[in-house]
Structures are given as C-alpha cells and as structure tokens.
Design a protein around this ligand. Structure first.
Ligand code: AMP
Ligand code: MN
Ligand code: MN
Length: 320
C-alpha cells in the first residue's frame, strides 16, 4: 500500500491521469482522488487529464475541469490510475515522462508497474476501491462518495462480476449513506442506452457467430456500420458483456474497426478462460474475466489467431 499523505506532502503540483478511452472506474477514481486531494490541500494545483471522457459522467464534481486533450505539463507528482503499463496513457505519456515523482494505482493483472511508487492489487474490484482505502473517512463528502461509487458500479457491472468482494459491498454500503441518487446514476450511466447504441447492439447480436461448439461467440462492427449510425467507441460499450450472456458461452469476442485492418477487441469470459492471458499474448491486457487489446490484420486473421489461444487454454484446462 502507498501512503498518500507522504506522497503528496512535498508536491505543489499534482497531475492525475488514467487510460485511453477512460471508463467509469477511470473517471470516477480520477475525480474522486482529485476532489479528495483538493479538499485536503487547497493550496496545491491538482489537475485531472483524461482524453475525451464520456459526458455521461458530467454530473461528477470536477468533470468540467478535466484537461481533455493530450498534455505534457510538468508536475511534482504524477499519479496514473487504472493502468499499469505506460502505453495505456496514450497521448498523455509526456505527463509521466516530465513528472518529478510518479505513482501508479491499479488493479489489472500485471507483475510490475512502471512508476516510482506502484500499488497494484489485481484482485481488487476497481481502482476506485483502492482509492477509497487510501482515504481518510472523515474527509469524504457527497461529491467524493459519488465519484468512488461510480468506479465501483462500473467495474463490477453493478456488483455482479466475480471481482465483487465483501469489501466492495461494504464500501458501497458506506457510500450510499451520502446524499446522492445512487440508483438513478446507475441507471443513467450503466443501463440506459441511446437509440443508436441499442440499434448497434442489436446488429452485433444479430450478426454474431458461435464457434468451438458454442463455447465461443464473436461479433464485429466495421467502420461502415459505425459511420452509418454515426457511432463512436463510446457507443459500443457493453456489447461484449451482452454477447457473453449467451447461454453456454465461455468466451466472448467483440471487435470493431479503428483503422484499416486494425481492430479494438474486447474479451469477456465466464469461468474457464483467462482472457487477460489471451490478450497479453497479443500485447493487450486486463483482468481474468475482462480484457482488451488492439490487433492488426483481417477479421478472419484476428479471429483465427485469438481462437487458437482460447482453444489451447480450454483444452489445457479440461486436461487438468
Ligand atoms: P474493454 O474491453 O476495453 O472494456 O477492457 C476490458 C478490461 O481490459 C478493462 O479493465 C481495460 O482497462 C483492460 N484493457 C483493455 N485494453 C487493454 C490493453 N490494450 N492493455 C491492457 N489492458 C487493457
Ligand atoms: Mn478501466
Ligand atoms: Mn478499473
């Protein structure tokens, strides 16, 4: 565990950032931590840098002050949240390079981090849960509680995934004592979809293909379809999860085109396949049950390459 007070004490400027395509945990934990530190140290300059954060989370305090374009500001302390590989900072990597001191707080599967002060707990539900554990409960207020709660909700799929522990529930229990609409923000940010999002989800489900005797399911959304619906990557969140809910499916692959012959891929698994290991084999990463990567090649190449590793893992597991 790191000591937040010791880390921040001598830093006049603190930069907080997270991974590319920031999700609810990334945004919630970044804003939760910045609101907390601003309250503790009103004289310090504390800035959150997240590229293109989803406006769904604009009700969180501090959202409007997020620096949304790639930055290279120099800071005394840089804290990376919800990532443990430098590349995942994307175009904000200069913030890390230029900082005098660095820290990394994360829960992805990774043996080593990349900062001077790493705290990586792969078993933890979310970065938000880790951030909560660094906080002094007396300092937490409604705004901070709401940010942390969003992180817990999104990374646990509303307390449903296997990463949800007793500690997660206990923290959530304490957080909903604060005065915010905890049920409404779950509906607004997690379950509610735009008409377009639902249409694309429908397309992805309709065109999905099962293989490996129904153990795997794959679906792809190409550039043309995205353009037709005017969809961006934010509109595709949740599709991989929905594919995994197909009965009998062990592993779901959802991919969408981000460039010519280049795909962003989301992997989800039920029980047996360690998708973090699958993603890692191709330079990605994540958690055992949810991981991501980008891959070059045709749709068929990508599916072939992924399924070879998935099949091997499946066979090895069966033999055990
Ligand atoms: P996604 O499929 O993008 O929702 O990601 C699922 C999980 O894997 C999230 O926790 C991501 O932060 C993580 N993840 C996604 N892409 C990568 C990557 N290229 N490298 C490491 N982790 C990733
Ligand atoms: Mn994340
Ligand atoms: Mn996370």
């Amino acid at each position: 565990m790191i000591n937040l007070k010791e880390l921040c004490e001598n830093a006049d400027t603190i930069a907080i950032s997270g991974h590319v395509r920031p999700d609810g945990d990334c945004i919630g934990s970044s804003l939760g931590l910045s609101n907390y530190l601003k309250k503790l140290y009103p004289q310090k300059r504390i800035t959150v840098y997240l590229i293109d954060p989803n406006p769904l989370f604009s009700f969180l305090k501090g959202f409007d002050e997020i620096v949304r374009v790639p930055a290279s500001d120099v800071s005394d302390l840089f804290i990376a949240l919800d990532l443990s590989e430098k590349q995942r900072l994307g175009d904000n990597y200069m913030l890390f390079e230029n900082a005098k001191n660095t820290a990394c707080i994360d829960h992805h599967i990774n043996e080593t981090g990349f900062s001077k002060n790493d705290w990586i707990v792969p078993d933890c539900s979310s970065t938000a849960e880790l951030i909560y554990n660094l906080m002094d409960e007396e300092v937490i207020d409604t705004d901070i509680a709401q940010c942390i709660y969003m992180g817990l909700v999104h990374d646990t799929g509303v307390f449903q995934y296997s990463c949800t522990h007793r500690s997660t529930m206990e923290i959530a229990g304490k957080l909903i004592e604060y005065d915010f609409d905890h049920y409404k923000i779950i509906e607004k940010t997690f379950f509610q979809k735009s008409y377009i999002q639902n249409q694309i989800l429908g397309r992805a489900l309709l065109e999905s293909i099962m293989f490996m005797d129904g153990k795997c399911i794959v679906s792809v959304i190409d550039r043309k379809t995205m353009d037709f619906y005017g969809a961006t990557s934010k509109d595709l969140e949740g599709i991989a999860n929905q594919l995994r809910y197909t009965r009998g499916v062990e592993c779901a692959i959802f991919m969408y085109e981000i460039g010519t012959q280049e795909y962003k891929i989301s992997l989800r698994s039920s029980e047996k396949i360690n998708v973090a290991a699958v993603a890692k084999a191709f330079g990605g990463g994540g958690h055992e049950r949810a991981a991501g990567l980008t891959m070059a090649g045709s749709y068929h190449d990508v599916v072939n390459n992924l399924s070879k590793i998935i099949e091997k893992q499946y066979r090895d597991n069966e033999e055990k």
